[in-house]
Ligand binder design. Structure first.
Ligand code: MBD
Ligand code: FE
Length: 275
């Protein structure tokens, strides 16, 4: 499937930068010792690559130009979330129990409309795409329902574009915070998202093209699942047999997160550990 229009990298990459800047983050206190340990290791890694691969002066200057372009194009969040975040998540997951997590990515927006347990996501009249009903339950580790758990859900449309980051899509489209019922259950009606293509016209896309990689993520639903007294889970769900499930450019697919839809319905039960 080919989209007729394509949001430019400047649209989605720069909006992701603005969104990241405005998001509320906890300050981290990092000791000089920790900064030195990590920064030294990063620099040593770079030095080793230069030695091992005989990196030349022209290549070094081209890399410098590309890094400047990446920043000026506002694509640091896109680049880091695609190529680095999966390892940060992997390390965090070492000490976590319950539903597997996955990366947040650059396109989360907080404060979306609140909807009850059985709901249809905000969408345009005649929103394109196959209908999809996503249902399930949120429980604790012992399988007890977490009444009033929240599913913060967002996903791309049937052309692979996210509201808030691509032109011409109304704010809040295919985004909501759904509150589960007393039994921890939810049933969300939406449309099947398409695979997502990294914008090809920005520095991240230029790197992908120059290296001969492909720029695609498999179709996915993004979720943050929260319940009082429990650790929130940031994750993504994928569709068995879909394109790029086995070759996600962001390396964020885990087998436990791949769902098998049947009759345009799919279900998943989330398990949250204590906070
Ligand atoms: C996406 O839609 C996404 O989920 C990630 C992780 C990176 C880029 C685009
Ligand atoms: Fe995404």
């Amino acid at each position: 499937m080919t989209a007729v229009h394509s949001p430019t990298a400047a649209d989605s990459g720069a909006s992701a930068s603005a969104s990241f800047r405005s998001s509320a983050r906890e300050g981290v206190a990092v000791s000089a010792e920790r900064v030195s340990t990590v920064a030294t290791a990063v620099l040593k890694g770079v030095h080793e690559v230069i030695r091992a691969h005989d990196v030349t002066y022209p290549e070094f200057q081209a890399a410098k130009q590309w890094l400047m372009d990446l920043g000026e194009g506002g694509e640091w969040p896109l680049f880091l979330d695609v190529f680095v975040e999966h390892v940060v998540e992997e390390v965090a997951a070492r000490t976590q129990d319950g539903t597997k997590g996955s990366i947040l990515g650059p396109y989360y927006l907080p404060d979306q409309v609140s909807l009850p347990a059985v709901s249809t996501l905000p969408m345009r009249p005649g929103e394109k795409g196959d209908p999809l009903v996503f249902s399930g339950r949120v429980t604790d580790l012992a399988g007890r329902p977490l009444a009033g758990a929240e599913l913060d859900i967002w996903h791309a449309d049937s052309e692979g574009y996210y509201s808030g980051f691509a032109p011409g899509i109304p704010d809040g489209n295919l985004r909501a915070v759904v509150t589960c019922d007393e039994d921890g259950r939810f049933e969300i009606s939406t449309v099947q998202p398409a695979p997502y293509q990294i914008p090809t016209d920005g520095p991240t896309g230029r790197l992908i093209d120059a290296a001969g990689w492909h720029p695609w993520r498999p179709a996915h639903l993004h979720l943050i699942v929260r319940a009082p007294g429990h650790r929130p889970i940031t994750t993504q769900l994928y569709f068995a047999g879909g394109e790029y499930v086995d070759s996600d450019v962001a390396e964020a697919v885990k087998p436990e997160l791949v769902l098998t839809p049947s009759d345009q319905r799919v279900s998943y039960d989330f398990v949250l550990e204590p906070a």
